[in-house]
Design a protein around this ligand. Structure first.
Ligand SMILES: [Zn+2]
Length: 379
């Protein structure tokens, strides 16, 4: 297959400089030299090469220097190319077109019409075409496509199993790469989400992002890198058993975490308790609703296990219920009473539903620049 190789940076020092620019821009050549410990002439040479390639631009004089010759500030050229990133859950395709800093230029969503592999592939291509046609002209064009899936994605980026989409062994990457002739990156949505959180907001070396939706997924950053396990399936925390002989789960087990603590389990419980006759906002705002108490109890049980196993710096909760009622974080924290691991932060996601697609964007940008660690200062 003839895929355009959008990997422009191969030299280690150049990667280090790009990484530093993304994290601290606008920044001067001298400050890049200080932060990277590269000598000034190396920095000057590489920067002029990057300017020629239109990957870095000069902004003008720094206002912070009070005497002498003021250094010129540099930034990456965020308009040198574009990224397409989409997320596919069981009902919707959500997608963004961004520049090379992850600024969202176009956003769209669409209901999935038919999940059959041979039918949905055309809907996905049409959806991506719609995003691409909105882009402005740029030096490098579309540098890659990312695709976050609500399901299990193996380490070779094949979709192994997506229960709600009824997909097994679906090689969407191959289909899209053949069609677009550019790099396509596919991963589980929780993995993309934690990369998004890490790169745009929460730069903790050891953290997880807990995505509480129809199911519960967890993305893990360990030593500043995604941990995806032996074959790519780490973090399937929704299927951790928390109740022996409990509620049956589509995975084949009984008593799985997501049967008790996912948003769909919570809504299902409310439906059966109130016979579909309830106001969700009233229930969420009430301080003593039994179903809310149960949800927080089960979440605390699962979280306690996660914290005990991983010894984390931060846990990011991505949930629309928590977004509505941020005090749930405090109520959850009060339930985590173990003395064993206390030095961590429990935080609400600021990226919310954009976490997955922004994480996908990060992966594409990281590959384009050939860098190890991507942290943006854009927020
Ligand atoms: Zn299960």
């Amino acid at each position: 297959m003839d895929i355009a190789n959008h990997k422009y940076i191969r030299d280690v020092n150049t990667s280090i400089i790009i990484q530093t620019l993304l994290k601290y821009e606008p920044i001067s050549r001298i400050d890049i030299a200080k932060k990277t410990k590269l000598n000034k002439s190396t920095v000057t040479r590489i920067i002029s090469d990057l300017i020629t390639k239109e990957l870095v631009i000069e902004l003008g004089n720094s206002k912070i220097a009070h005497f002498g010759r003021k250094p010129i500030l540099l930034t990456t050229n965020k308009n040198a190319g574009h990224v397409v990133s989409i997320e596919i859950d069981h009902k919707m395709i959500y997608g963004i077109l961004t520049n090379l800093k992850g600024d969202i230029l176009v956003e769209r969503k669409e209901t999935i019409k038919n999940t059959e592999k041979d039918i949905i592939k055309y809907q996905i291509i049409n959806f991506i075409d719609n995003l691409i046609e909105k882009k402005q002209k740029s030096k490098y064009g579309i540098i890659g496509i990312a695709c976050g899936i609500h399901g299990m994605v193996s380490d070779n980026e094949t979709i192994k199993f997506a229960p709600y989409l009824k997909w097994e062994d679906f090689d969407l990457k191959k289909i899209l790469e053949k069609h677009y002739k550019i790099n396509v990156f596919i991963d589980n949505e929780a993995n993309f989400s934690v990369i998004g959180e890490y790169s745009f907001y929460n730069n903790f070396s050891n953290m997880v992002s807990l995505n509480i939706k129809t199911g519960i997924g967890m993305g893990i950053i360990m030593n500043k890198d995604l941990y995806s396990g032996n074959t790519g399936y780490a973090g399937e925390i929704g299927h951790m058993i928390i109740v022996p002989k409990g509620i049956k789960c589509p995975c084949g087990n009984e008593g799985c975490f997501e049967q008790y603590a996912s948003e769909s389990a919570f809504i299902h419980n409310l439906m059966s308790k109130y016979n579909s006759n309830f106001n969700l906002d009233d229930i969420l705002n009430s301080t003593n609703n039994q179903e809310v108490e149960n949800l927080l109890d089960y979440l605390a049980l699962g979280l306690n296990n996660i914290i005990t196993i991983l010894n984390l710096e931060a846990i990011i909760i991505n949930s629309s219920l928590f977004k509505k009622i941020p005090q749930f974080i405090t109520r959850l924290q009060k339930r985590l009473i173990s003395n064993m691991n206390t030095n961590y932060q429990l935080l609400l996601s600021k990226l919310g539903k954009k976490a997955c697609t922004l994480g996908g964007t990060t992966i594409v940008i990281k590959n384009f620049y050939g860098i190890e660690n991507t942290v943006f200062n854009s927020f």
